[in-house]
Design a protein around this ligand. Sequence first.
Ligand code: ADP
Length: 620
Amino acid sequence: MPESENSTQIHKEELNDHIAALGYRQSRASLPGAGILAIFAAIICADFTHFQLADQSALLVWLAAMLSSYLLRYLLLLHLQNAPSRPRKIWLHLWTWSAWVGALGWGLLIYFFLPQEKSVHQICLLLIIAGIGAGSISSLSPFPILFRGYLLLLLSPLTLRFILLAQENWLYGLMAVTVVLFLFYILRSGNEVYAALASSITMGLENKKLVAQLEEAVEAANAANQQKSQFLANMSHEIRTPMNAIIGMTHLALEESSTPKQHHVLKTVQQSAQSLLGIINDILDFSKIEAGQLQLDPRPFTIMTLLTPLSEILTVSAQEKGLNFTLDLAPNLPAMVQGDDLRIHQILLNLAGNAIKFTSQGEVVLRVEPAVEQKESGKISLLFSVKDSGIGIAPDKLDSIFDTFEQGDNSYTRQFGGTGLGLAISKQLTSLMGGQLWAESIPGQGSTFHLILELERCEEASKTPAPPQLEASNAISRQLALLVVDDNEINRDVAAMMLEKDHLVQVASNGLEALQKISENTFDLVLMDVQMPVMDGLTATRLIREIEQGATPEAMLPAPLMTELSQRLSGGHLTIIAITAHATTQDQKLCLAAGMDAYLTKPIQPDKLNACLQTHTKPQ
Ligand code: ADP
């Protein structure tokens, strides 16, 4: 049998268990009724026998026997229903035999007590028997053998009685035939009920198995997807270390390049490295979103601090292609709102970057205005529209371009390359922020991408401190004493070589080594990696801050080292900048919470590094 058939085949025993459970339920409901009918039947028989002592005694014995058998069956049912596993055969036999004894009891009663002359009594007794027989369809048909035996024992004595009576009155012959027909009718109905029960329970069980298989498959697919995303995240992280070297070393080589050709070659390497870094960041974002690990970092920001740097970048890119870039702001925009400005920046940069990429002449306009429909007070819906006069998008592609890896498939689009991840990431970020993103386009005339985001209004500057913003600035005027702490030799070299030209640089390969160096030298600033063996950057920073405040750190440090550190650090504040490859908000928060003054993400961008040194160096 093929495996798929095998897997969905319902085991017969399992089916029987389910049908039996239904039968037990029905029987439990009908047994008390049958007991009451037995009492009625005894009263009817006693009535037409004029309560003669012999008959009465026989009837009392019969009633006692019947009620005891019903009680026994009821107790048996409780046992069968509550049995934790499949009941032992003996109980099932007992269940069958006790039902048959009950049926025989009814049969004997009717055989010996059926009144011939009192028709009202006769009708009542026959009705009771018919009721008992019909009632067994629902309660006993789930047990086919028991059911057939039960009906035979119930109705055969009656049939026999009618046949015997037929010698006196032919009408009884007719009654005997009627009872036989009734017997067949009930048997047939019972069989049909059994077949219907079996097929619906089989279907139910098959469905349950299919649902379980489906759930397993979904779980397996999710696990595989998680693994893939984790792999992508790890891989992207690993790629950042060599990227750090490429970008850093190229920067150094560019500064020393002597010929225009050398300069051109190195500039190309630098640009390619930057665009590779953009792709890696996209993959990292995408894998984080897929793994459900991307968290938003809402904070108060002004619309202008979001849009001014964006507009500067886009103006330069547009000018390089001979295009006009316009930032069009509605007059009634709020000054300050709360949201994840870095992610909004990312989406807008992607939309406007695409607009410039896919436009060869004309203009690109970024308009920001309050959306028409404003929902809750205290919140504001902003509509960002990026309009271009470029190649446009075919109507059937307007939705699918937001799917992962999807690109418009005309050759003009392909000529521009790209990963097809930008819009998918933008769309996912938008949904995370509870917003909407969609596109309208006329092929050949241009496209407009609309983004609606609901942000919280902040009338006053928030008390939450914003993470330090690093503005590009000029080189620092004095020579600094710097300590670069990183367990990776390449990263250490890159940072050291970038800084050595203007500053005095020492290196350490973990937190403990850094503490050693700090105890021996006076530094203006420490660039501290986060994840390192022996002692990580967060621990080292916490220790430094505790010693500065005169506290005795919980972590054990050698006594001489502690003394040296206390002498050098007590009462002061050593500037510590985190250098982290993990660009997550959580990591950044951890760095600031540990007492670091700012953070830079790897690969180190020379401009940002210089800006950071400038911002965080105390004047002499
Ligand atoms: P990529 O640009 O890296 O290919 P995106 O996800 O950013 O990936 O864009 C997906 C596709 O959507 C693009 O390849 C392009 O076909 C289409 N597209 C996006 N923006 C525009 C636009 N402004 N004009 C024309 N086509 C666009």
